[in-house]
Ligand binder design. Structure first.
Ligand SMILES: [Fe+2]
Length: 325
């Protein structure tokens, strides 16, 4: 799609064997990363699957793979494809499911020491995402379907274009969460930092059935460690006696102007909810130091689970057609 909202290219992806739940994707400079993961739809029996009573079922036995679709001719050349409308697939070492991605980026390599930088072709792609080794939609209505591997972990998936192999590695092991976010200025290129709504697993339950996310965490992908956290309960002026204050996706907004600023120099914006008194707040968190900065009580509840975005007034006016680009 072009910047003015016109669809410029449509590519059918035809070699997926059965309907799949595909929730998100990533882009790099030269590729789109498509996740063909084995969370399947059963359209023949959409209301009641014989295994878990759901229309959506994880079938690990059919395998999992990531596809690179060229966005540019350089991407097509790097993948050795004879058409821009073909994908190169990379089989993953084990089945899994991913709702949302942090980001993806390329590792490029010039073909010789004296080569023109223009001749550099991407040789590898890294996808950063929240991965579940197992998922069962039935846990949303019946927690007895929960299994210990139904946790959401940060993973990096490395696709080696030269060998056609894929590898997957846990990042910030022991940190669990979803609704990943990066500085939007780093989308499609390398991000050092990621942010996500995070929970601490309790025995026999997941965030699906055991409550929402109590905190936001910051991950340094260079060191592979969690480097900061803010409890949503600490973002509001007063919390209820039971202290259940939860939130979700945090939108990163770079400081303005951001030219020359550090990648994490900005703010996290989100909504949090104080359960006991049914009050929602808009909150602002300093992303560099991971400290609460401000909160505004809202006139009504904002439900959990929404995605977020942020537009300046000028950007909003452009979208509304008030001014043209
Ligand atoms: Fe989503």
């Amino acid at each position: 799609m072009s910047a003015d909202g016109t669809v410029t290219r449509t590519v059918p992806v035809t070699d997926i064997a059965q309907p799949k739940f595909i929730h998100d994707f990533a882009i790099t400079t030269h590729f789109m990363v498509i996740m063909d993961l084995p969370l399947t739809f059963d359209f023949n029996n959409p209301l009641k699957h014989p295994v878990n009573g759901e229309s959506i079922l994880l079938k690990p036995e059919i395998g999992a793979r990531l596809g690179l679709l060229p966005r540019t001719e350089i991407g097509q050349q790097a993948l050795g494809l004879d058409s821009m409308n073909k994908l190169k697939w990379f089989d993953l070492p084990s089945a899994c499911f991913v709702f949302h991605v942090f980001n993806a980026f390329e590792v490029s390599q010039t073909r010789s020491a004296t080569a023109d930088p223009e001749a550099a072709l991407p040789t590898a792609v890294r996808l950063l995402a929240c991965r579940m080794a197992n998922i069962d939609m039935a846990i949303m209505r019946d927690p007895s379907y929960f299994k210990d591997d139904m946790v959401m972990e940060v993973f990096q998936f490395d696709l080696d274009i030269t060998t056609g192999k894929a590898a997957q590695t846990t990042v910030a092991k022991g940190t669990y969460g979803e609704f990943p976010m990066v500085n939007p200025r780093t989308v499609s290129i390398k991000s050092q930092y990621g942010y996500m709504a995070s929970y601490i697993p309790q025995p026999g339950t997941t965030w699906w059935s055991g409550g929402e996310f109590p905190r936001v965490v910051k991950i340094d992908f260079d060191s592979g460690k969690m480097v900061g956290e803010v409890a949503f309960a600490d973002c509001i002026p007063r919390k209820s006696a039971d202290g259940v204050v939860s939130g979700g996706e945090c939108r990163f907004v770079p400081k303005q102007p951001s030219a020359g600023a550090a990648e994490d120099d900005g703010y996290l914006l989100t909504y949090v909810h104080d359960e006991a008194v049914n009050i929602s707040y808009f909150v602002v968190i300093d992303a560099k130091n991971m400290l609460p900065m401000a909160s505004v009580q809202l006139p009504q509840r904002v439900p959990y689970g929404f995605h977020t975005t942020y537009l300046t007034k000028t950007e909003l006016d452009v979208l509304k057609g008030v001014v043209s680009t």
